[in-house]
Design a protein around this ligand. Structure first.
Ligand code: DX5
Ligand code: ZN
Length: 229
């Protein structure tokens, strides 16, 4: 029921294919794919070409997190490149409802991403178009930042909204958390309501010095913590 989504932002890009195969073999559920444009966020990362290149390497869903502005133009390219889930920040779109529809019409699952200071209200009138709600527990742009504790309160509020919607509609919406997730806080984050966990530096940082199946230990430890919840 819980999803662990390693962020390849912290992978070794010189051997990205191997890093993806290894992390999935070590128990990752989704591949979290951080797209930054040096405009919406102060960093520049990877685009549809890389998504297309890694697509044949794994059956695991590719969870594309768009930190770009504007959003719409790039959505069809990611859909064609094999993305399964596409999430975006409401601040990056002029018309949030339209962008959600565009993602779903492209054949992908759609999600909204909330920065630490972005109110949850954006989700209220588009619940029927959401497959994922992603709360940022750091300000977007970089891996390896510290979890912002106020996100725990926000997670509880998001959980309540999603549960109410699920009861009335029968549809499931994932509640994903992104930023500063570690072995020592994942259980607390799950208790606050998250059910999908992005972990970049916690996973890829852990494998730096060892060899085969080097992500088994850290993903196993994250799951062991989740089993306590
Ligand atoms: C930050 C990205 C995150 C990042 C998380 O803007 O959206 O996905 O890779 O990295 P960690 O887990 O190291 O905080
Ligand atoms: Zn992300």
């Amino acid at each position: 029921m819980y999803v662990i989504a390693p962020s390849i932002l912290s992978a070794n890009f010189a051997k990205l294919g191997e890093e993806i195969v290894d992390v999935v073999a070590s128990g990752a559920d989704w591949i979290h794919f951080d797209v930054m444009d040096n405009h919406y966020v102060p960093n520049l990362t990877i685009g549809p070409l890389i998504c297309e290149a890694i697509r044949p390497l794994t059956q695991a869903p590719i969870d594309v997190h768009l930190m770009v502005k504007p959003v719409d133009r790039i959505v069809p390219d990611f859909a064609k490149a094999g993305a399964n889930i596409i999430t975006f920040h409401p601040e990056g779109s002029e018309h949030v409802d339209r962008t959600l529809s565009l993602i779903r019409e492209s054949g992908c699952q759609a999600g909204l991403v909330f920065n630490p200071a972005t109110p949850l209200d954006y989700m209220d009138y588009v619940m029927d178009k959401l497959d994922v709600v992603l709360l940022m527990s750091v300000n977007p742009g970089f891996g390896g930042q510290k979890f912002i504790p106020a996100t725990l309160t926000k997670l509880k509020a998001a959980r309540a909204k999603i549960d109410a919607y699920q009861r009335e509609s029968g549809r499931t919406i994932r509640l994903e958390i992104d930023g500063g997730v570690k072995i020592d806080n994942i259980a607390e984050i799950a208790r606050a309501g998250a059910d999908a966990f992005v972990a970049g530096s916690a996973v890829y940082g852990a494998g730096k010095d060892s060899d085969a199946h080097r992500y088994d230990t850290v993903i196993g430890a994250l799951r062991a913590e989740l089993a306590k919840v």
